[in-house]
Design a protein around this ligand. Structure first.
Ligand code: TUI
Length: 334
């Protein structure tokens, strides 16, 4: 039997009887949250139920807008407001065609924070900030981070290619310290972080917070199809693959029949056919649980996820473990 989160035999899970310390950072101050953990804004996956559960646990819950119609996202924001009094946010996927309309509605509705992905949110920065919405820009590179800082982003989320879904080229391990050197705003590390060791490592690299996606897919409150959660729990180290290079929008998914078909089309350099075949497949996976022909977007950290737990347990376990690791590191230097 493999390791389970919270196992007492794990090197860092013994907190040594010390009372838990918190890890307050500029990020927790900026957002008014207890723990420096942001939940990934996963399309078709990060619904109001999950976002509210993460926020209630002291992290920042995020509703993933993806391609949601504006009225649906509005209802999701209102549902989250019913489910939590704590700060929560919305992820805006900038490739969606009706993004202008989504932004207008978010401004009207009001949320604490917006994370952006898959593009440059420059066009919306002023309006969001004028409405007192904190903006956290997902960046795959140092250049974009600097540009975003110059136009007023409140923090950058450096997403490494270990992450699930649409990714850049750099790994979390090299991107995070470079961002930390390049910008003055808080840096959040994303990609490959699913436990407290990852949180501690991110802090060592200069991050003041983490964004976690794949592990929250296995939260009890996450509304993805149960088969998807089971598949993530079964995932091993080499079970994800990056497909869609030919389209210029590569995505990391758990390998299946669909990913193999897309790899073939990538090799034949047929980007239009990749787009066509991929269309609607994320919903097919996340809503209907089709593990063969659905797009099983998940990060390499799927291999680190071993059970379904309440979001509050995930947050508290990650924090307790991170604190134990950091204390341990403080004792090994001679
Ligand atoms: O956005 C994500 N992850 C996503 S979005 C998504 S939906 C989708 N489905 C099919 C194709 C494309 C998207 C699934 N997963 N993560 C944040 C992220 N942002 N990763 C990489 C980027 C990024 C890439 C380029 C951010 C900015 C950027 O800027 C280019 C520019 O304009 O300079």
């Amino acid at each position: 039997m493999g390791r389970r989160h919270g196992d007492v035999d794990h090197a860092y899970s013994d907190t040594g009887g010390l009372t838990r310390m918190a890890l307050p950072t500029r990020l927790t101050d900026l957002l008014g949250i207890e723990h420096p953990i942001i939940q990934g804004g996963m399309a078709w996956t990060a619904t109001a139920e999950l976002a509210a559960a993460v926020s209630n646990a002291g992290g920042l819950g995020i509703i993933g807008a993806g391609h949601m119609p504006t009225v649906v996202l509005r209802d999701q924001i209102r549902l989250a407001k019913d489910l939590t009094d704590k700060p929560f946010g919305v992820n805006l996927m900038l490739l969606t065609p009706h993004i202008d309309e989504l932004v207008d509605m978010v401004l009207e509705e009001g949320v604490h924070a917006v994370t952006t992905g898959a593009g440059n949110p420059g066009k919306y920065m002023t309006a969001l900030k004028e409405h007192d919405i904190k903006v956290l820009t997902v960046v795959p590179s140092v250049a974009l981070a600097k540009r975003m800082e110059s136009i007023g982003t409140d923090a950058v989320i450096g997403e490494g290619m270990e992450a699930g879904g649409h990714i850049g080229e750099l790994t979390t391990f090299v991107l995070t310290p470079q961002l930390s050197d390049a910008v003055n705003v808080p840096v959040v590390a994303a990609g490959g972080i699913a436990d407290g060791r990852g949180v501690a490592a991110a802090f060592a690299l200069g991050a003041e917070g983490v964004q976690v996606g794949t592990r929250f897919m296995c939260a009890e409150e996450c509304t993805v199809h149960p088969s998807v959660k089971e598949r993530i729990i079964k995932a091993r180290d080499r079970d994800t693959v990056v497909t869609g290079y030919s389209t210029g929008h590569p995505v990391r998914v758990i390998k299946n029949k669909l990913s193999r078909m897309i790899e073939d089309l990538d090799r034949e350099n047929k980007p239009e056919e990749v787009e066509e075949l991929g269309s609607g497949k994320l919903a097919l996976a996340m809503r209907e649980g089709d593990l063969d022909m659905g797009s099983l977007m998940a990060g390499q950290a799927a291999a680190l996820v071993c059970q379904i737990q309440p979001a509050a347990t995930i947050v508290s376990e990650m924090m307790t473990e991170a604190e134990a690791v950091l204390r341990h590191l403080g004792t090994i230097a001679r």
